[in-house]
Design a protein around this ligand. Sequence first.
Ligand SMILES: Nc1ncnc2c1ncn2[C@@H]1O[C@H](COP(=O)(O)OP(=O)(O)OP(=O)(O)O)[C@@H](O)[C@H]1O
Ligand SMILES: [Mg+2]
Length: 352
Amino acid sequence: MASFKDLHFTPAEFTNTAKVNKHLFSELESDGLIRTVRKRIGNVDRKMVTLEDMQNYFRILRANPDVFSPVSTDAAPASAQAAEDATSQPVAAATRFIPQPPKNKIQMLYNVKGGTGKSTLAAQYAMRASMLGLNVLAIDLDGQGHLTVNLDILDAHERPTIYDVLINDLPIANAVMNVAPGLDLIPANLGLCNIEIPLNNKPRREYRLSEAIKKIAHNYDLIIADTNPAASILNSSMLVATNLVNVVCATNPLSFHGMSLVMATIEGMEREFGHELQVKIIPNMYDNREVISQEVLGELRSQFSEFCTKAVVNRSADLNEATKRRTSVWDVSTKGVAAQDINSLTEELIRN
Ligand SMILES: Nc1ncnc2c1ncn2[C@@H]1O[C@H](COP(=O)(O)OP(=O)(O)OP(=O)(O)O)[C@@H](O)[C@H]1O
Ligand SMILES: [Mg+2]
């Protein structure tokens, strides 16, 4: 079973992600902007782009703004099809999609309600952002360890977690492991479920996580924490550390019902810690065939209009399959709705 770090992309998948005309692929290759390898698929040798080469392509673009004239992602062609229309452009002008480092470097996926899709979206967001050449750190703050498992780490019971950092004074860098090129993780295991009492007894308890993250933040473009479904001290600590709170709300009535409590908790934290938070609400598991799903999405957008992301994550078998296979949705289907949804969500969360 392939994991995220082994992902390879066909030239069509690459040009789709990079939003360039597919006819420019060979020019990108001859200009040294993209490298390819030969990979045997079935009994055919195919030209493929490795994950690392995809990341390097975006890094070259970001490092050479004069050559590639960075245009904000807003101005980039909305689709590969739009990019395709610009057939006569020289390569440098056509490569206008340059994912810039996120406006909010430290982000968290949050909801006190369980099962809304926090760990799934945290993992997919982290993998997608790292595909775009950003250096990403994922932090698992849930003893269930689902972000850890989603990133295909199965030996977390033997590894240090944020417990060791916050309670036993382990330097945070020693809790970081590499998962794939451009993607690091502080994993979690069941032991993290016991953190609340010892953390409660520590001085400056809610500030310890923030202070620890600050020590390694310079190594990353983006830090994404997955949180536990509770009003815990660990989650409060992450609310102190974060710049952006991404509340994942499933488009069902109970999830919607819990939103007022979630927003009140965030406001309470802002007051208590004097720390203004950016908030986004991500509608997840949307099913346009279900009236109830449509109604909840409508309510979310009218009651929390300034917070809702434009991107909606549909309920999809691809995301479940990616969870089962512990990999990126791109490994399941690059053209499916789930890949498109995660792509739109990632671009929106990076941009704002
Ligand atoms: N958009 C989606 N489409 C289909 N399945 C989804 C989607 N989002 C999440 N799921 C599935 O829903 C289940 C719960 O998701 P997940 O574990 O991410 O939720 P969670 O909010 O992290 O839960 P907890 O509160 O227990 O941490 C998983 O099996 C996941 O694969
Ligand atoms: Mg979870």
